[in-house]
Design a protein around this ligand. Structure first.
Ligand code: AMP
Ligand code: GLY
Length: 434
């Protein structure tokens, strides 16, 4: 293999996944220095409109198909967006064929794919997190709950598409969640679980780009998980976000690096895991300090859409350096000192059953500081674009302050229409004055 120093500028990049997260990654990579072309598999109804991007009709789970596409298109860097293919070993499969992959192997993806594994690692590395009890049978879980005699948070061990956590208010609710998991609600994912102490406080997401040894920490982002204004109603994948979140300014973000991210990467390494990808720390700022709620092995969505426009043209080189274990050779990732605001437009009915097939009309013209990223959308043969999922698209804008950024994002969203369009008007309420 040639000297990594000469390999650090990818020309041809493949992004795996089909959400708003992947479109924002593709957009940011396509505008990175040295990148000639980006392919997105499978992408969505907006992918082909991103300058420099092409869509491939290959499922994110089709490892053989993706490997073949990497060969056909002489791909220099693969960036894997979603957790499921990572947990299934897509990173290992592609690396075994000699490709540079940004995304951990199945071993590192356990950070997200097994709550028991992640909690054990946190305890071992003295990372601040709520107390917990692992359980592998219904009887064991119920006995722990009775012993504690207070409502505990119940978490299915495996990947559950964001639906595996019950923050119970009563013992009965905890009990019901345990019964549900062992009754097979999450299939294989429910074979075991974690019971956890309930903590309180605002949540914030922090992302570290890792090369196995070193890391680049991105500005903290604030997601909005609830469907309703005033942070009410059922949980969703995320209805909007902003960055940088002032609740983790300067020294506080440095503390997250030192107390959470670096010990996590060191603990992974101690287990023989070379983690080349993003560590997503879901944090809670509790009255007694920082607590890790969860780790994910991927970027958050919509945090990714929010952050990408702030990142400099070195991004592709930085991700390739991570993939090669050589962040020491990468240029410094510049981060614009601006405020970024993201609002998600969902289909009617979300997060329940949603309408599909509604035509999306948009007169929004993307600008340097205004982006439209499609998510649950599909391009039909007649060239029209229709809704095809819960979260349909994201409008993202940057400004010198959050008021300007959100005003621009909402003005952009007003230029987009589809039947049943649903969005929160109060995204960023924590940082807006208007
Ligand atoms: P997770 O899927 O682990 O992100 O959990 C989903 C949501 O459940 C989090 O974003 C929190 O709002 C909540 N949650 C998870 N763990 C706890 C906990 N120990 N105490 C209170 N809330 C929690
Ligand atoms: N925005 C939360 C997530 O991606 O899990």
């Amino acid at each position: 293999m040639s000297d990594p120093a000469t390999l650090l500028s990818p020309e041809r990049v493949l992004v795996v996944g089909g959400g708003g997260r992947e479109n924002s990654l593709a957009w940011a990579l396509a505008r990175s220095q040295g990148v000639a072309a980006v392919w997105v598999a499978p992408g969505n109804g907006g992918t082909a409109d991103i300058a420099g991007c092409q869509q491939l009709a290959i499922a994110e789970t089709d490892a053989a198909g993706l490997l073949a596409a990497c060969k056909t298109h002489a791909i220099d860097l693969v960036v894997v967006g979603p957790e499921a293919p990572l947990a299934a070993g897509l990173g290992d499969h592609l690396r075994a064929a000699g490709l540079a992959v940004f995304g951990p192997g199945a071993d590192g993806a356990q950070l997200e794919a097994s709550k028991q594994w992640a909690k054990a690692l946190m305890v071992e590395a003295a990372i601040p997190t709520a107390g917990y009890w692992p359980a592998d049978s219904r009887e064991q879980a119920l006995a722990i709950l009775e012993g504690q005699n207070r409502p505990l948070v119940v978490k299915a061990d495996g990947l559950a598409a964001g639906k595996g956590v019950t923050v119970a208010d009563s013992l009965a609710e905890s009990r019901a969640a345990i019964e549900e998991i062992f009754a097979g609600r999450f299939g294989g994912a429910g074979a075991s679980l974690v019971l956890e102490e309930r903590t309180e406080g605002p949540e914030v997401s922090v992302f570290a780009l890792c090369d196995g040894e070193r890391m680049v920490v991105l500005p903290p982002a604030q997601d909005h998980k609830r469907i309703g204004e005033g942070d009410t109603g059922p949980n969703t994948g995320g209805m909007g976000a902003y960055a940088p979140a002032p609740m983790l300014a300067g020294a506080a973000l440095e503390a997250v690096r030192q107390r959470v991210l670096e010990p996590t990467l060191a603990a992974l390494k101690a287990r023989g895991i070379e983690y080349r990808g993003v560590i997503y720390a879901g944090l809670m700022l509790t009255p007694t300090g920082l607590s890790v709620i969860e780790f994910n092995c991927r970027f958050g969505d919509p945090e990714c859409e929010t952050l990408m426009p702030l990142l400099g043209p070195e991004l592709a080189q930085v991700l390739l350096a991570c993939a090669l274990g050589r962040l020491d050779k990468a240029p410094v990732l510049t981060i614009a000192p601006r405020c970024s605001a993201c609002v998600i437009a969902a289909a009617g009915g979300y997060p329940g059953e949603v309408r599909r097939g509604d035509r999306i009309e948009s007169s929004l013209e993307s600008r340097a500081d205004l982006q439209l990223f499609h998510a649950g959308s599909q391009r039909l043969a007649d060239g029209s674009t229709v809704t095809s999922g819960g979260r349909v698209l994201a409008v993202v804008a940057q400004g010198d302050d959050f008021d300007a950024a959100f005003a621009a994002a909402y003005a952009g969203l007003a230029l987009v229409h589809f039947e049943g369009i649903t969005y929160r008007h109060d995204i960023g309420h924590q940082v807006r004055r208007t």
